[in-house]
Design a protein around this ligand. Structure first.
Ligand code: ADP
Ligand code: MG
Length: 701
């Protein structure tokens, strides 16, 4: 009965009617009373505060003044007629302007009476003017409901035309709330409400629509944000739980000679604390008998590869094979070279399989995989083709996760009867909050420490007009024996204009850095794989000093002697891409530099990106800025998660509440995995209703 009222179609709300109802449905997705209840104001205007004229500032948002109209005048001819009034308080005077409805307004305003004015001032030639201000007689204002905090709701043009602007929607909530009073059920365990001193669900909803004070509003909003995160986390955790229960994992029971000998004799450095910790986490997963699905996040250069290798060695010690999949041919090749070098002198057998592997070699590899002659296979997407069959695949490592989809992960699963453990390594610094919510079904490890002796990269922003200076700096660095990258944007592989930029750039660099003193390499996506590879190898061996390239070198490429990264037209790159590119330098002991080149004209957003890059080397901080600039959907290139249409919480601002929600959701499910205890009944009811129709949760309903 109670529920039914909340489910009432919106057209039955007083003041709505069929036409408005239609618009509410199509424009805002508001179908029922309940939907309106959960349409939250996106901001509030504080109408408890009054300004005086001499306090106005040129960039001020909406302000509220108290004063009198001292004169009024209609200006201009017929069509362009406007009404101009002078409005004064004890400290000064402003102008009020109406371009529409001048006559009617002139008639309704009373000279000399005290008004409360609300509006956004324009500043022009030393004077403030308010176009179309809201005015209310001061004596009425004290009785009106708009004192104090006034909620502002989203609206659309279509809704506004139907009489539902932000204020109109506010009016509807005012009609609705008294009707549903006493009917809104709690959905959080009372223990949580008590512990965080949060109001009931109903009180919070009332506060959000009818704020009583800023403090109470803040607390109410926090409660609702928490609630939103909490139920999503419960869903993710249950899903993860079901997955691990349904999926047995290979057991890597022991660490044997392959690992131990490598660790003792081949590992060229001491692992960092973070690497050791992550390795331990992988170790304990893979021994547990449960299926591992782990994401390893580590900033560029944090040493993820060696962690992957050591994990693969544990698989081998337990009679399994392992594979490592990279997103590009160059990266796969580099991984293969790097791993093969590290493994020299060990009995571990490793091979490379990519799109350009010759048929004969491919056949050999297929055969060796099946009869167990191969321990590690490195490659690109070619790895997941159905023709590639392993004798006993135990671990699949995916480097640079963001390029692979869930579907591809699923294909890897099928490569063994018991699916291989999955280790995903990403340097895309996904903010922790986002990772937690998007990959709630994965476990997350973070390598949050760089190998010792690395100096932070110095980053500067230079305009194209300073190019000669930049060339001079390149020469100095090369004279010290270092190497440089010069990277051009290639937004679309096919864009001829971008290639022209690259070619022009290459030519001007060849002019500035002539042979035989200098050798210049070039790598781009239109070259054949083997040519690209040959050029990369020349640069890696130090035979060329300058590498002119497109973003094909973005991920993973490792040339420690390169200490200077110049990014051309850097305003065209996104933040995470800039950070990835910069990560190609700073890999050796030498001081490294990154120069961000741009033209003179920059958008505000581009400026923020560049400033962020100059200010910090911290991938997580950069990711947070990126999240704020672009929003989560864009960031991940995916909209598959419910986290992306949050109603009140904000991923980039409410990370702490998300963490809290995660912790509480974990606690809840630990204590009561199926929400069967009476004190969780209301939580369970709400959860089941919210997740109706989603197969995964059926287990607990
Ligand atoms: P990423 O995490 O970006 O994939 P890599 O695995 O390519 O980083 O490692 C970057 C560089 O750091 C490599 O040259 C690697 O050999 C080196 N490296 C990794 N771990 C350590 C360590 N513990 N001490 C010193 N150097 C290390
Ligand atoms: Mg890497």
């Amino acid at each position: 009965m109670e529920r039914d009222l909340l489910k009432t179609p919106i057209e039955f709300l007083k003041g709505v009617g069929p036409a408005k109802a239609d618009a509410l449905k199509t424009e805002m997705g508001i179908h029922t009373f309940e939907d309106l209840l959960h349409t939250y104001p996106f901001r509030y205007i504080d109408r408890s505060k009054f300004y005086t004229v001499n306090e106005l500032q040129s960039a001020a948002a909406e302000v509220q003044l108290r004063g009198r109209i001292t004169s009024m005048q209609e200006i201009g001819a017929a069509r362009k007629k406007r009404l101009v009034a002078q409005f004064e308080d004890a400290t000064g005077r402003v102008e009020l302007v109406w371009f529409k409805g001048a006559q009617w307004i002139a008639k309704s305003l009373q000279m000399g009476k005290e008004y409360v004015l609300f509006g956004k001032p324009n500043y022009f030639k030393g004077k403030y003017s308010f176009p179309h201000p809201e005015l209310e007689l001061a004596e009425d204002f004290t009785k009106s409901p708009i004192q104090g905090l006034q909620p502002v709701y989203n609206s659309t043009e279509k809704l506004t035309n139907k009489g539902l602007n932000a204020r109109g929607i506010s009016k509807l909530t005012r009609v609705l709330l008294p009707q549903v009073k006493g009917l809104i059920r709690e959905n959080l365990p009372s223990r949580i409400l008590e512990h965080y001193k949060w109001p009931s669900r109903e009180a919070a909803l009332f506060e959000v629509h009818f704020p009583q004070s800023l403090e109470r509003l803040e607390i109410a909003r926090n409660r609702l944000k928490f609630e939103e995160f909490y139920f999503i986390q419960i869903a993710l955790l249950l899903q993860k739980d079901l997955k691990t229960k349904q999926t047995p994992g290979q057991v890597f029971g022991e660490v044997g000679d392959t690992f131990n000998n490598f660790y003792k004799n081949n590992l060229p450095f001491e692992l960092t604390g973070a690497q050791k910790r992550v390795l331990k986490e992988i170790r304990s997963d893979s021994r547990s008998g449960k299926h591992m699905n782990r994401l390893v996040q580590g900033d560029v250069g944090s040493g993820k590869t060696v962690v992957a290798l050591l994990s693969m060695l544990i698989a081998i010690d337990n009679g399994f094979q392992a594979c490592l999949m990279a997103p590009t041919e160059i990266l796969a090749q580099q991984h293969y070279n790097g791993l093969a070098e590290l493994l020299e002198g060990t009995p571990v057998r490793i091979a490379l399989l990519t799109g350009s592997t010759k048929t004969a070699r491919r056949k050999e590899i297929h055969a060796d995989l099946l009869n167990g002659q191969l321990d590690i296979l490195v490659g690109t997407h070619a790895l997941i083709e159905p023709t590639v069959k392993f004798r006993n695949l135990g671990l699949a490592v995916i480097d640079e996760q963001h390029r692979f989809g869930v579907a591809q992960r699923a294909k890897l699963w099928k490569k063994n009867t018991i699916p291989p453990h999955i280790l995903i390594m990403t340097a895309t610094p996904i903010p922790r909050t986002l990772a937690m919510s998007l990959y709630g079904d994965l476990d997350i490890s973070v390598i949050d420490e760089l190998p010792p002796g690395r100096q932070p990269i110095k980053t500067v922003h230079r305009y194209d007009s300073n190019r000669l200076q930049v060339f001079g700096f390149m020469k100095d660095e090369i004279a010290k024996g270092r190497q440089c990258y010069v990277v051009y944007p290639l937004i679309e592989e096919s864009s001829t204009m971008d290639y022209k930029d690259l070619e022009d750039g290459y030519e001007s660099i060849c002019r500035e850095f002539p042979r035989p003193e200098y050798q210049v390499s070039i790598v781009h996506g239109r070259m054949k794989a083997e040519d690209k590879d040959a050029e990369m190898q020349r640069f890696a061996k130090g035979e060329t000093q300058i590498m002119v390239a497109t973003t094909v070198i973005e991920v993973g490429v490792n040339v420690p002697n390169a200490s200077l990264m110049i990014i051309e037209s850097s305003e065209r790159f996104g933040l995470s891409q800039l950070h990835q590119l910069r990560g190609r330098v700073g890999r050796g002991a030498e001081q490294s530099y990154c120069i961000l080149m741009t033209g003179n004209k920059l958008s505000n957003e581009a400026k923020t990106r560049l400033e962020t890059m100059v200010r910090t080397n911290d991938g997580f901080e950069i990711a947070d800025v990126d999240l704020q600039l672009r929003g989560p959907g864009d960031l991940m290139g995916t909209r598959q998660s419910g986290m992306l249409d949050l109603k009140i919480a904000n991923l980039s601002k409410d990370g702490q509440l998300l963490q809290l929600a995660r912790k509480e959701a974990e606690g809840l499910l630990q204590e009561d995995p199926r929400l069967e205890k009476p004190e969780h009944a209301q939580t369970r009811t709400f959860f089941v209703a919210q997740n109706k129709g989603k197969v995964h949760w059926s287990k607990i309903s």
